[in-house]
Design a protein around this ligand. Structure first.
Ligand SMILES: [Zn+2]
Length: 147
């Protein structure tokens, strides 16, 4: 947030929460998570296509050496339990489309795991700091296993 811009001072915790949520919607969560990881000294590939079994998923954040694959899943498209509502308009269309996405996610996760990957699916609503922490923990665990 730029300090030189006029900014309405939040009057309560609730207002702050809403404003934070709005700000988050303007910044793609995976970009924020990536820059946090970078700052922690973690090196990774982004938007990498991994060929496993008969699928070729594009993975948001990949640590090839540790075989850790991270997806930052959008709440709507991947139907998070908290925000994954189904639109009322064209219900049939959306139902089919969203159900297909969720099923494909499950197949992708299973295929990667069978190929020895540790798969993290993190909802976009998870605070980026927490997401970065989860990813770092997964890397640390993999590192200790490989020792
Ligand atoms: Zn959500």
């Amino acid at each position: 947030m730029r300090k030189d811009l006029p900014y309405p001072h939040p009057t309560s915790a609730a207002v702050t929460t809403v404003m934070k949520a709005n700000r988050r919607a303007d910044t793609r969560p995976e970009l924020v998570v990536r820059s946090l990881l970078h700052r922690r000294g973690l090196r990774f590939r982004k938007d990498l296509v991994i060929e496993v079994a008969d699928t070729r998923p594009r993975v948001d954040i990949v640590f090839p050496k540790h075989r850790v694959a991270v997806f930052i899943d959008g709440c709507f498209w991947h139907q998070c339990p908290e925000h994954g509502h189904r639109p009322r308009v064209n219900l049939g269309y959306w139902d089919k489309k969203l159900t297909r996405t969720v099923e494909r996610d499950a197949r992708t996760t299973a295929a990667l795991q069978e190929a020895g990957w540790d798969v993290l699916r993190i909802w976009e609503h998870v605070p980026p700091e927490e997401a970065a922490y989860l990813i770092e923990a997964a890397i640390a665990e993999r590192s200790s296993l490989n020792r």
